[in-house]
Design a protein around this ligand. Structure first.
Ligand code: SAM
Length: 169
């Protein structure tokens, strides 16, 4: 079970990036997204994708994230450019455990660095929570997230040219 926690989401300013955090979380193999700020529009957008393209991805917004992190039964990793090098930490992450991945938007509160078992850098350069999450999920799942069959109502048939989409009744 893999959960992504998005901290510091600002409804108007971050709506596109947080949507992309959710889309990447789902498509790369996470099971749920928690967002610190209540945002029903965002929930609807992501649930609509899951409804059409399949899978059992869950979205909850307006969560009490400190309480969730304090009571988390499993490993917590925080993705930050200030962290330790991803390749050094990956072997220390147990395979079958409940994994929580925290990504920020605006400045991440200092206690998150302490609550996380590992602060992990996907390279020590500033870039994006979307990129950091994609690379981390792909590495931790060894590419298997991208091979999942989502059993959706809408399915894309991989094609050399053009777009092939089938709609399952
Ligand atoms: N200025 C913010 C701070 O100091 O926490 C970071 C803003 S950054 C655009 C948003 C998020 O992207 C970060 O909280 C982190 O989760 C992620 N991020 C950006 N660069 C990263 C990197 N090199 N490695 C891991 N995560 C990164």
């Amino acid at each position: 079970m893999i959960t992504v926690l998005r901290l510091g989401h600002r409804k108007e300013r971050d709506k596109r990036v947080t949507t992309h955090v959710g889309l990447v979380a789902r498509a790369f193999g996470a099971n749920q997204l928690l967002i610190s700020t209540k945002d029903e529009a965002l929930e609807r957008t992501l649930n609509d994708v899951t409804d059409r393209f399949g899978g059992e991805f869950q979205v909850k917004t307006g969560v009490k994230w400190r309480k969730i992190l304090k009571n988390w039964e499993g490993m917590i990793v925080h993705l930050t450019m200030y962290g330790e090098i991803i390749d050094d930490i990956l072997p220390k992450i147990p395979k079958k455990e409940n994994l929580m991945i925290v990504v920020g938007a605006e400045k991440v509160p200092g206690d998150v660095y302490k609550m996380a078992h590992f602060n992990i850098a996907v390279g020590n350069q500033p870039h994006s929570e979307v990129a950091a999450l994609a690379v981390f999920l792909d590495r931790v799942l060894k590419g298997k997230g991208l091979q999942m069959d989502f059993q959706g109502k809408v399915r894309i048939i991989p094609s050399k040219k053009g777009k092939k989409v089938v709609e399952i009744e």
